[in-house]
Design a protein around this ligand. Structure first.
Ligand SMILES: *[C@@H]1O[C@H](CO)[C@@H](O)[C@H](O)[C@H]1NC(C)=O
Ligand SMILES: *[C@@H]1O[C@H](CO)[C@@H](O)[C@H](O)[C@H]1NC(C)=O
Ligand SMILES: *[C@@H]1O[C@H](CO)[C@@H](O)[C@H](O)[C@H]1NC(C)=O
Ligand SMILES: *[C@@H]1O[C@H](CO)[C@@H](O)[C@H](O)[C@H]1NC(C)=O
Ligand SMILES: *[C@@H]1O[C@H](CO)[C@@H](O)[C@H](O)[C@H]1NC(C)=O
Length: 428
């Protein structure tokens, strides 16, 4: 017997088009306690996606090399390669099975705080270390990632021996709302502080009264709010990201050549970043619906949008076609809009100005070497970070870029262990 989607296919592509608000995967709404979750994407939707991939129209490209370092976007030849790989060699079913079998997935719906009085459905991965003394950690990703930003470091963090310097962790790894398999909010107002409230409720529901935070990118903003909203529940906060703007005194010193080398390098790098590489964020903040509508109609075009940013920040990491397509699919399945729109909430001035917290904070900084002028973009000066947080440890690496948990997982795990070990033994 033909499956329903085959019948629809036989009748042309029209009836297959996913309707608005259709997630394209099963989500067990309305469960206030965690229920096991299996990623199961609608097969008809996957076929529809493959049809769109095949129909992708390559854009013309310059004949000279002024798009050096992908300033303007991914070159045509790279997009042609991606389209070809996606058309001929990508199998979502295989990827789905891999993600389902590698990790323990759950779903839950938690109530938002008083200033976002709506249910917040979440997908998350929960992994227990075999060591009962393990430290619980909440790991928070950013855009264009999902829980898969952590796929290489899950096993290593679980399996520490428990000895000093080799502590192990229990891991709770959500997809932010609007990313991966956490449905996008249906109302405005779910900013980083509100998400922080919900993630703390998640940790309590799982029985973790006190836990460590590990964050990156937009997840760093959520974690920084949590350090304010629920400081007593947070053991410490480790981040491989720290965005810190110079204040007017810093800029005045810079103009008089009175800043330190470290300060000058950082100010110059964030200048390059904000004038040549930050357009995606401005678009997400200001027109998420307009850009989301276009992106929702072209899987390859959306992959190019994601890849353009990845290329700029990942310090030359050699992504396979499977990596790029899988990571794009994770945002494409429910539709790119929700993740894109999170910038609107996260970049409100009120959302970015989290107050000073006493939670002990460790920052791991990774150079980005593959784009001219960006080497020090992740090297916020130590003194400046200490204006915002109780900074107890800074690690610095001459390579690794913006996704060190993907790019340099062994070193990244070493930093996390060293930091939390120092906190727990009182050495930090
Ligand atoms: C969830 O529960 C609410 C309130 O009980 C109900 O209105 C809504 O239809 C439920 N949603 C789903 C998807 O079951
Ligand atoms: C799943 O586990 C296999 C075997 O360890 C590994 O090769 C693969 O990279 C993992 N994939 C993901 C997405 O975690
Ligand atoms: C940490 O413990 C794990 C599990 O016992 C072991 O495989 C690993 O080699 C240890 N690492 C160090 C640095 O001692
Ligand atoms: C900038 O920060 C420095 C160090 O905290 C402080 O001394 C200075 O007053 C700040 N300038 C402004 C304009 O806030
Ligand atoms: C800035 O100061 C450094 C030493 O602190 C000096 O080497 C350099 O020439 C100065 N640059 C300018 C433009 O004055």
């Amino acid at each position: 017997m033909m499956k329903l989607h085959q019948i629809l296919l036989a009748g042309g592509i029209g009836p297959l088009l996913a309707t608005a608000n259709n997630l394209n995967f099963d989500f067990p709404y309305n469960s206030s306690s965690p229920v096991p979750f299996t990623i199961s994407v609608d097969e008809a939707f996957i076929e529809e996606t493959q049809s769109k991939v095949k129909l992708y129209r390559l854009s013309p490209d310059l004949k000279d090399d002024s798009n050096y370092q992908w300033n303007e976007g991914p070159p045509q030849k790279d997009m042609a390669w991606l389209k070809d790989e996606w058309t001929n060699n990508f199998d979502w079913t295989e990827v789905q099975e891999e993600i389902n079998s590698n990790f323990s997935h759950y779903a839950i719906t938690l109530q938002g705080p008083s200033d976002f009085n709506h249910p917040v459905p979440l997908h998350f991965v929960h992994e227990h270390s075999t060591n009962p003394e393990a430290v619980p950690l909440l790991l928070l990703h950013g855009w264009p990632s999902t829980h898969l930003e952590w796929y290489k470091i899950i096993e290593p963090l679980l399996s520490g021996s428990g000895a000093p310097d080799n502590i192990s962790f229990h891991l709770v790894i959500p997809d932010l709302p609007g990313y991966g398999f956490s449905p996008a909010p249906e109302y405005s107002g779910l900013g980083p502080a509100q998400m922080g409230f919900v993630f703390d409720a998640l940790m309590k529901t799982l029985g973790y009264e006190k836990y460590g935070l590990v964050s990156t990118d937009l997840g760093w903003v959520v974690a920084s709010w949590m350090a304010n909203i629920v400081p007593d529940n947070i053991i410490a906060h480790f981040s491989d990201f720290f965005l810190m703007s110079p204040n007017s005194t810093d800029l005045e010193r810079f103009s008089k050549n009175e800043t330190t080398q470290e300060e000058s390098d950082y100010i110059q790098a964030i200048g390059v970043w904000s004038t040549t590489r930050f357009s995606y964020s401005t678009v997400h903040q200001q027109a998420p619906l307009a850009i989301g509508q276009a992106m929702a109609d072209s899987p390859v075009g959306f992959a190019g949008w994601v890849w353009h940013l990845k290329y700029a920040v990942s310090d030359g990491y050699d992504y396979t076609a499977k990596d790029l397509i899988r990571d794009t699919m994770m945002l494409w399945i429910q539709g790119p809009w929700g993740g894109l729109r999170s910038y609107k909430e996260f970049f409100k001035p009120s959302a970015f100005n989290f107050p000073m917290s006493q939670v002990p904070t460790g920052v791991s900084q990774w150079a980005a070497n593959n784009i001219d002028g960006l080497h020090s973009v992740n090297f916020a000066p130590r003194d400046w970070m200490a204006r915002l947080v109780n900074l107890v440890k800074v690690f610095q690496h001459e390579a690794g870029g913006h996704f060190p948990a993907i790019n340099a997982p062994d070193l990244w795990v070493q930093d996390v262990r060293q930091f939390f070990n120092g906190i727990i033994t009182g050495a930090l």
